[in-house]
Structures are given as structure tokens and as C-alpha cells.
Design a protein around this ligand. Sequence first.
Ligand code: NAD
Length: 496
Amino acid sequence: MNISEIMARLGVEERLFTRGALAVTTPIDGSELAQVALDDGAVVTTKIGQAHRAFLQWRNVPAPRRGELVRLLGEELRAHKDDLGRLVTIECGKILSEGLGEVQEMIDICDFAVGLSRQLYGLTIASERPGHHMRETWHPLGTVGIISAFNFPVAVWSWNAALALVCGNSCVWKPSEKTPLTAIAVQSLFERAAARFGDEAPKGLCSIIIGDREAGEHLVDDKRIALVSATGSTRMGREVGPRVASRFGRLLLELGGNNAGIVAPSADIDLALRGVCFAAAGTAGQRCTSLRRLFVHASIYDDFTERLKAAYKSLPVGDPLNSGALVGPLIDKAAFDRMHYALDRAKAQGGVITGGERVSEPGWYVRPAIVETPSHEGIVLEETFAPILYVMRYESLEQAIELQNTVAQGLSSCIFTRDLLEAEQFLSAFGSDCGIANVNIGPSGAEIGGAFGGEKETGGGRESGSDSWKAYMRRQTQTVNYSSALPLAQGVKFEI
Ligand code: NAD
């Protein structure tokens, strides 16, 4: 597969993807796409130093002006959506409409951030002291270290960077070692936007470092990284979290999910089937929000499960660049092995498996699997990053919600119902314990307007819309005395 033309249109110099120690392959057929250079510790340290110096300048640029840089970045992304979306598909294997959708998400968050650049509002607070005024001001934070996963190779960067930039921060990004090309392309588009913006954008304002977990560890441990925003497995978060905490750095963790859905007796069955298929089999089960556990009410279980199995059999699996395909490949052989390890365990637990077999090669193409499982335990409680859907029957909504919430992760959840009371109970304080809870849509496919993230072992971070921007700023409580007296709070007296 030749990517030279795409990379040229994206403005990437040939030397950046034709030499280096890291061979980049495509999951489409396993062939080698490129070679890229790895950044060693010294280079990472230099880039962090540059980013820190860039921050010291950038924080003084007025926020609406900073928004202008992000507006220009959005323009570059709009102009190059087709090429970048195609490159996403080539590098990580999601189907083309999802590759393009990922770039659209970048454009959307840029638009959001441009508006936000004029809305970094703080509160004014009534002071208890006469002649005093209190307010809350949001200041730029510092350099943001972004660590991202292979499955959303570019959108996650933009969720962080678009907000971080308007908030007055600089960014250093370590993409997944499985998807460095899309990161190199995005960096090129950012540099174009920065060049159009002019000298006010300091050198090193946004940079990338290419490498594996060791390169990530440099970001994690460097005190000049004010916020580490890390997206990936819970295993990674468990390593990164304590290290950042030990130096009192700020953390934003977006980790694994084990998302559930409930199909209630009153559900619109056709709609639920479509919603379940997209969420569980779409992106070959490689979304953090993919549907992995499904609770179907006993009264509709047999009928629903039969129809689901039939729908799964007809899902077109194949080359994600082909417009007919709905399910692309797994990222690599290791993902395939993990999928089959999970299916073996599920079988040993009494699960009845439909699908899961390899359907074509080269590349790791699988038929998404449905596992009808008698119990909610063992492997069902773990996130396997592959298209496996565990299906179970339930009797009462209370029981389904309890089972849904018993796993360690708390990212996304959904219920299919036309019963208002059931829907509201699912969304109530005693309902879903996840960061995302949906009614009559699956758990995946979030919009950028809402805060994205989850509870428990998903890490607790929130990114993207709503007031997530506050994670990228330093809150300062300010008190001004405009009188000539000095009254103390709480009536304390200290006369000299
Ligand atoms: P991964 O944890 O293997 O790697 C993610 C990133 O972390 C990579 O860039 C990797 O190099 C880096 N990394 C790994 N160990 C590190 C360490 N000790 N220190 C610093 N950096 C380290 O994950 P993956 O296989 O690329 O992605 C799949 C996982 O990501 C799934 O668990 C999925 O649920 C999760 N994910 C979560 C979200 C979310 O928003 N919650 C989004 C996408 C993916």
C-alpha cells in the first residue's frame, strides 16, 4: 500500500516516514507502510523543554486570539479531511466512514474550542467582608502531555489539544506506537495552521514524540508536564497514575470500559438490534465504548437473540477501505490471540459461542462473536478489546442494573426501552454508575458537546465538551480589598 501521495498532500516530508527504526504496518493486509524514527530520552527532554518555553509565551496571548489558531487548525482539517480520514483507516483499520468521522470529530472540537476561547468564564463571589470583592479566575496551566491509544489515533489528541491551546497551554503528544503516521500527519497540519497564524505561535507549541511506553514514561515523570492526559488500557493507567501523583502532577485518565446494554420488554426491537450491532460489532469491537455485555429481558430473550445472531451472520467483514464493509480487521495478531483466549475462557464457563472465527487473511479479520453465557463472572467481567458480546437474560430491571454496575470499569452504558419509568430509573442516582448513560442508542458514538469519560477503573477523567476545559486550567480564587480598612474573615481580630 503506497501512502506517499496522501502524505505529500498532508504536507509531510518524505524523510519523516521513509527512514527510522519503527516499522509501521497496516492492519488491512499486514504490509509495511512506512518507517519512522524513534525519539530517544534526550530528544523527548528537549521537546518538553521547548514546549515549556512555548507555554511561557503562549499564556500571554489573549484567549480569543489563541482561538484563532485553533480556527485555522480546523480549516486545515476541513481541507484535508478525506486524506487524513483515509490514513486513519489505513493505519488503524476502522472502516472509511469511521475514519472520516474521526476527522469530523476533530473539526467539531476545533469549532467548540474557538467558541470556548471567548467563554473561559469564572465566578464572582460575594465576600463576607465589607469593601471586598471575590472572584475566580482561570489561568493557563502549563504543558499538557497527551498519551493516546491506537483506536482513536487522532481524535483523542484534538479533544485535548484544541482545548489546551485555547486555555493557553502547550502540548506534547505521544501517540500509540501502532499509529505514528496519522500523528505525524496531524503535526504537519498543525504546523501549517501555526505558520498561517504567524510569530505569536511559539516554536514547539505542539509537538509529537514517537516511541513506545518508555517515551510515554518520560512525559509521565517530567515535572514540566503540568497535566498528563493518558488514554489507553486500565493497565497503563495503573502504571501512569501513581507516578504522576507522586510528583503531584495533574492527571486525566481515560481508560478501559466494559460497557453494558439492557434490552427491556418494551424496547423497539428493530432499533435495538441496529443499536446493538453498531455498538458491539462496529469498529471490530475496538472502541473504548464498545458494547461488551448485553442483558435481555427473559420475555424477549429467545426471539431477540435469534435475530441478533442472524444479523451478525450477515455483517460484511472485510477491507475497511471498501465501502461495503462494516467490520474491518483487528489491529494485529496479538488482538486476535486475546480474542480467542477470551472465547476459550467463555466456553469453559459454559458460554455458547456464535461467530468469532477468522474470516480472511492476510490481516486479522474475524466474524464478531456472540456468547450466550449462563453467568456474569470470570472473563465477562474483563475488557477484551475485540468484537465479543456476552448476552445474558434478566428478570427485573433492578437485577439488570445491579449486574451492569458490578464490573470494575464505569465508562458507558445504555438501555433500550419505551417505558418512561424504566428509562428514568436507569438514568437516576440508583441507575447506571457510568460516566455515559444512553437511552435508545448504544453506548458508543459520543458527540463532542458532552463531557466524555468514565468512573472507577475507567479513570475518572472527563475530556471534550461541557466544562471539561477546566481540567486544562489553573483556578485562582482572588480577593480584592477596595476599602481602607482591614477586616478579617470569620470576625477574627488582630489589632497592632
Ligand atoms: P495501551 O494501554 O496499550 O496504550 C495506550 C498508550 O499508552 C500508548 O501510547 C502506549 O505507548 C502508552 N503506554 C503504555 N504503557 C505506558 C506506560 N507505562 N507509561 C506511559 N505510556 C504508556 O492501549 P491500546 O491498546 O493502544 O488501546 C486500547 C485500550 O485503550 C483499551 O483498553 C481501550 O478501552 C482504551 N481506550 C480508552 C479510551 C477512553 O477514552 N476511555 C479511548 C480509547 C481507548
